[in-house]
Design a protein around this ligand. Sequence first.
Ligand code: URA
Length: 241
Amino acid sequence: MAEIRIDRIITASGFASRREVAALIRQGHVTADGVTVRSGSEKYDPQCVDIRVAGELIDYREHRYIMMNKPAGYVSAVTDKRDAPVTDLLDSRLRKIGLFPAGRLDKETEGFILLTDDGDFAHRLISPKSCVEKVYYAEVEGILDETDINAFAEGVILRDGTRCLPARLEILSPDTALVAVMEGKYHQVRRMLASRGNTVKYLKRVSIGGVVLDSTLGPGEYRDLTDTELALVFSGEHADI
Ligand code: URA
């Protein structure tokens, strides 16, 4: 990794604002490999140098990719006039580094939402051209059968006449299923199932690309994607659910 200004390294980690970092450096609280840093303009390779503020190691990453288990009741936004945005669930440091949700889940939908500060990544994730499969677990009012599987495979026509791309429907029980889609139209999975006469009672996204939502994350909890998971998002692999 290239060398980066130390004040940028610390602010990008969400540790402190630029002004606070300047004060911390003046007060001698910032070290690089144990040596006190004297100026915010000094440059270091954050992957090779141990940078600390008041003894606390700075975890610098060029971009962050956070897997969150979104609870119902939160909107997929950074700010909202009426409802709580998912970013409210982040700790104060992560709230400072400009993370936003890459793609949307409805307010009532639970499950895997990816938050990042990498605009290109988010754009690719959302684009149907990238063919990243998103899998949802759905509970419906009604009975699912073979004809629904075939309709999804052909491409469901929504009630407003919109045709969806072919999708996979895997029936788990008469009223529960996994739905795998590669696009993200407004309320898509609910509308696809509604077009087949099935109202969705509960919806949870369980995977994105080859990455499955970590089952140890409770509602509202999150963690960084591992490097392996990050590579799996666009690998073209489907999650094994
Ligand atoms: N489809 C829906 O209907 N809702 C979501 O939140 C995501 C996909």
